[in-house]
Design a protein around this ligand. Structure first.
Ligand code: PGA
Length: 258
């Protein structure tokens, strides 16, 4: 079955508005995507407006890296879904491993954000993934199942089809250590099977499941060749437009040379 392909760059805490504009100008000039392929940029909130206006009319989709679940209120330093949307975000990354492990976010909080994002019309990318300790102790599948059950709780099968799940093994993020394509495929197949059990097979078949964790030009094609890997969430290797272009170029042939 043919699913959407979503190649996403996560800029993390990098790039001013000016740098965002320059990146998007370069990217949008050179990238050519297949009809079922999308390129997403998760940019810092302060660069959203500039990035969204630079991306307008191009095939580049701009989104955010995090949000709060409340509609509004006394949450100093936080940003709501409506604010992100008004600034031009079309998607939002939720539950990234750095949010879970550095800022202590749990599945219940991520689940509340998910519902708010869906209600606000922002497409969610929900990140899940096991730590090295969990993998070594044979708890990978249990961990993934629990994260799916809790962070995606309460959504309909129809809503599920719009959610992107990013499988990002914590031990592979920013470490240079990538899951092998076979290891990643095994986890992705397990995630899809779990989605089918908890919702239904038809909905599960439509869910875009991205791999993230030291994805780079050299390993992108091998990962994307796997049956259940429908995209990539890339940090370090996509910090420059050239890196992202190279990854897109390596994973499919329809990219112009200019
Ligand atoms: P990395 O980051 O590609 O630098 O490992 C991926 C991510 O954090 O989404």
């Amino acid at each position: 079955m043919s699913r959407q392909i979503v190649i996403a760059a996560n800029w993390k805490m990098h790039k001013t508005s000016e740098q965002a504009r320059a990146y998007i100008q370069q990217l949008s000039k050179q990238v050519e995507l297949a009809p079922n392929e999308l390129v997403f940029l998760a940019v810092p909130a302060t660069s959203l407006e500039a990035a969204a206006s630079a991306a307008a009319g191009t095939s580049v989709v701009v989104g955010a890296q995090n949000m709060h679940d409340a509609e509004k209120g006394a949450f100093t330093g936080e940003i709501s879904a409506n604010m992100l949307k008004a600034a031009g975000a079309q998607f939002v990354v939720l539950g990234h491993s750095e949010r879970r492990h550095v800022f202590g976010e749990d599945d219940a909080f991520i689940n509340r954000k998910l519902h708010r994002a869906i209600d606000s019309g922002i497409r969610p990318i929900v990140c899940i993934g096991e730590t090295l300790e969990q993998r070594k102790s044979g708890a990978t599948e249990r961990t993934l199942k629990q994260q799916i059950e809790q962070s995606l709780k309460g959504i309909t099968a129809e809503q599920l089809t719009t959610v992107i799940v990013a499988y990002e093994p914590v031990w592979a993020i920013g470490t240079g250590e990538t899951a092998t394509p076979e290891m990643a495929q095994e986890a992705h197949a397990f995630i899809r099977k779990t989605l089918a059990e908890l919702w239904n097979q038809d909905a599960a078949n439509k869910v875009v499941i991205q791999y993230g964790g030291s994805a780079k030009p050299a390993n992108a094609a091998g990962l994307m060749a796997q049956a259940d890997i429908d995209g990539l969430l890339i940090g370090g290797a996509a910090l420059e437009a050239d890196g992202l272009l190279q990854i897109i170029n390596n994973t499919h042939p329809i990219v112009s040379e200019s």
